[in-house]
Design a protein around this ligand. Sequence first.
Ligand code: FRU
Length: 473
Amino acid sequence: MSNDRRLREQADTAIETHQEIVKQDPYRQAFHMSPPVGLLNDPNGWIQWKGTYHLYFQWMPFHTGHGAKFWGHFSSDNLVEWKLEPTALTPSDWFDQSGCYSGSAIDYDGKMKIYYTGNVKDENGQRETYQCSAESVNGIEFVKNGVEIELPQGYTPHFRDPKVWKHGDHWYMVIGAQTEDLYGCVVLFESEDAKEWGFRGELSHSAGKEFGYLGYMWECPDLFTLNGQDVLLFSPQGVEADGINYNNLYQTGYVVGKLDYQQAQFQHNRFEELDRGFEFYAPQTTCDDKGRRLLVGWMGCPDQEEKAQPTHRYHWVHCMTIPRELSLENDKLIQRPVTELTDLRTVQRYDEQVAEKGIFELDRVSEMQIDGPIEEVNLLNYARLVYERDSGLLTLLRPALNGTVESRSCRLPQGVNQLQLYIDRSSVEIFVNDGEEVFTSRMFADTEARTVEVKIEVSTTANVKVWSLRDDV
Ligand code: FRU
């Protein structure tokens, strides 16, 4: 039996063996893409192709830790209902035997072509990296082409996560990299045929004049145009916390500027974090047939303590964010839930005015919108969102593992006038001021409570709308 076949069968067996226990988890998500069993991390190969949305994902089917990753696969016609498809890639070849790491998808002459990093580690833990490709006629079964790009000189084997796009009649690829002197950066490759790639140079570097120092490794780059500007999104590692910034172990953010394709130079402004919550990393974007720039992120953070995710006990861990539409307003990325998500609504529970204070009983799977000058929102006596007018800080607080409280903040001098919360069984995504800021976080509140009690304080009055959401997607 081929290596690929054997690994596929083992992954299928892992699903069969553990899917019942996964379903019993009270923290199992209702409408967020989650692994059937095992561990999920980065979104990969995010594309709308021949009318269908495909989202592949980094997947470890056999346990809830990291390791030799597979590419799992979800598909959807509407961005609301997701179907688990057969395993897309297994780490079955010499060039990807320690993991089919992250990458992206393109339409190539009517076929789907994916690019990913083949990760290889020898017995001594020495790492090799290969940028590989595979092709498919249906987006389901892939034929690997093998290695397309070897590691160029000047970089360590922390060189991965190819994102490919077309500009004019050439193809371009960004890769997340670490220089030999241990700085993070993003490099650019160019190709006429999407097969033979030429190295063009570095687009941005951790010691660049815009940053001072921005870490020892940059993962999962993505480059796209929005509103006439170029946006480079990436996830740096090794950035020290600085006041309210960079409080997660690893960050995700972006720079905005102009890519000169001729010179392979990218003039850009400073780094801005994309999300303010506790769990958000390695997002990827694609452009769909409505011309929307859509983003999905991993609702996790690498190297987090295992105890932080109680779902381990039920043989699964982590999930994706909801799909969000990006726009660029005054050089700032704005994130809004895709409009299709209104199809998740079942019954409307509330539509009412509150004066100063209100208490609401929500189903565990709900959407809530608050319009008005918000001062505090208390969720399930677990998480609290507090706005302090004097400092202009909006802060999300939740219990920390060591028994204290942990918090994340962002600055909103103009106040908080609108909130949209997507609440699932173990997460909350809070869109602030119509997508100006987002807090994405897992929320492991008391599972006994059948409803979510939300207490709200506003400085004058607010309108509150609540919907229960579908539980069967
Ligand atoms: C980011 C990352 C990527 C890598 C993948 C491996 O979370 O470390 O750089 O390709 O995960 O699963």
